[in-house]
Design a protein around this ligand. Structure first.
Ligand SMILES: Cc1ncc(COP(=O)(O)O)c(C=O)c1O
Length: 456
């Protein structure tokens, strides 16, 4: 085990996490950071000190196998050498530029690259930003400018970020409640085809028909709707994979009613689902696609990319861009993204995610079978999976999911929870994870589930 290079190692726990250094830092953090941000308890968190490939090391020298890719970001691995070198070189040359006033050559190169790799062959245009939520803001504004219509259909379980526009289309009570009086009312919610917990509770023969009928009724009744924003796979919503047939129908409906279809691929983009983009899996081309996270594998940069016919409804800049930001097209971010995309291509990582899918599905189904009914459903694709924990039949069991996170961490594997009730264990490892690391991590996960069941 120790002969494996760092990045491809299995776990090495030298002190029960969180160790003394993590606990000391937690105590300090509580004094200086807003208390709403980092969850701190006797069991949580560990503080990261370094990471490479699919390994993370904490401040107490414990080494973990990471099944989170840090919120799905590190698609080409943590601190990928090519990305890190590109960032270092660019940081020494020109760390920050003036995105919309004095741009850089690598902004042109990245915009061209994004137009090439995203679904659809026609001309496209890009708006850069720094975070996923900002890319969503750009998409919502673009749709409003292009259609002249204010309302946007969004879905149950959706997560699009927490800035005000993105929050309006996000569907999670805890995030929205304190701000309800400040949120606009442009969002109209339709049921997402989450078949395990059918939100529409309709009696159509298939899940996609029930949810689709509800969506059609909404858009037919409200003439102020100009756009639909959808995640092709809901990540933070609990790793829910939308049926391909439903997605195709949504695309067709948007065409028929001249609605702008926005695909939020901030989680699913850049190989996560075993395709370059999850839209490719469904064979649909959105009018606008939002990307972030895995676009650079770690530098805060995101983008909204749309067809020229939609994007060119923005007025030409007359010297004052009506939608921009200080860090837009930051040259170091552009360099990181170019390097990450090149690595994804050359190392064939999208294909790798697709190849690993059947074996992961089988192993997770085996874990479910041995979970004594505590796992209600396994779902996912590529390297994006969810295990939904339930009790008393189907009630969400967030305590069990939380216990599995802590138990897996103690055994050297990092996972996160997702879903509206935080009862889903979410797996989104770096696409470079080795077969040995993946097998090991899933064995640990199985043991962690067994232990959590025992302690119930
Ligand atoms: C689908 C999706 N959209 C948007 C966001 C928001 O991205 P950010 O946290 O970078 O603002 C996320 C974050 O998890 C996401 O999963």
């Amino acid at each position: 085990m120790s002969s494996l290079p760092y990045g491809r190692q299995l776990a090495k726990i030298v002190v029960q996490p969180p160790g003394p250094n993590s606990r000391r830092l937690s105590a300090q953090l509580r004094r200086f950071e807003s208390r709403n941000i980092t969850y701190v308890s006797a069991d949580f968190p560990i503080f990261w000190s370094s990471a490479l490939g699919s390994n993370v090391t904490d401040v107490d020298q414990n080494v973990y196998v990471d099944l989170t890719a840090a919120f799905g970001v590190a698609v080409v691995g943590h601190s990928n050498e090519r990305v890190a070198d590109a960032v270092a070189r660019q940081a020494h040359r020109l760390l920050h530029g003036m995105g919309d006033v004095y741009p850089t050559g690598n902004k042109v190169a990245l915009a061209k690259m994004l137009c090439e790799v995203t679904p659809g062959t026609g001309p496209k245009r890009v708006i850069f930003a720094s975070s996923g939520a900002e890319a969503v803001e750009s998409a919502l504004k673009t749709a409003a400018v292009a259609t002249g219509k204010p309302r946007v259909v969004c879905f149950s379980g959706a997560y699009h970020g927490l800035t005000y526009g993105a929050l309006a289309v996000t569907d999670r009570r805890i995030f929205k409640e304190p701000f309800l009086q400040q949120l606009g009312d442009f969002a109209v919610r339709a049921p997402y085809p989450y078949s395990y917990r059918c939100p529409s509770e309709l009696s159509q023969p298939t899940c996609e028909e029930g949810c689709f009928a509800a969506l059609r009724e909404i858009v037919e009744q409200d003439q102020a709707i100009g756009a639909v924003i959808v995640e092709i796979v809901q990540g933070r919503g609990g790793d829910v994979v939308a049926p391909v047939e439903w997605l195709k129908k949504v695309r067709k409906l948007c065409d028929e009613r001249h609605l702008v279809l926005i695909a939020d691929e901030i989680f699913t983009g850049f190989g996560r689902t075993g395709h370059w983009f999850a839209c490719d899996r469904a064979g649909i081309v959105p009018d606008i696609i939002c990307v972030g996270k895995g676009m650079s594998s770690g530098f805060p940069i995101s983008a909204c990319i749309g067809t020229a016919s939609v994007m060119d409804r923005w007025p030409e800049s007359g010297g004052e861009a009506i939608h921009t930001s200080t860090f837009l097209g930051n040259p170091t971010g552009c360099e990181a993204a170019l390097a990450s995309i090149a690595e994804l291509r050359e190392a064939n990582l999208v294909q790798r995610a697709a190849t690993l899918e059947p074996a992961i599905r089988q192993t997770l189904e085996d874990i479910k079978a041995s979970s004594q009914g505590t796992i209600g459903e396994v779902r996912g694709c590529g390297l994006m999976w969810g295990l939904e924990f339930v009790r008393d039949g189907k009630a969400p069991d967030s305590a069990m999911a939380g216990a599995v996170v802590v138990e897996a961490m103690r055994r050297g594997v990092l996972v996160l929870t997702s879903g509206p009730a935080s009862n889903v264990i979410s797996l989104s490892p770096p696409l470079v994870i080795s077969s040995e690391q993946l097998e090991f991590a899933l064995r640990v996960l199985q043991a962690a589930v067994a232990r959590a069941v025992e302690q119930k």
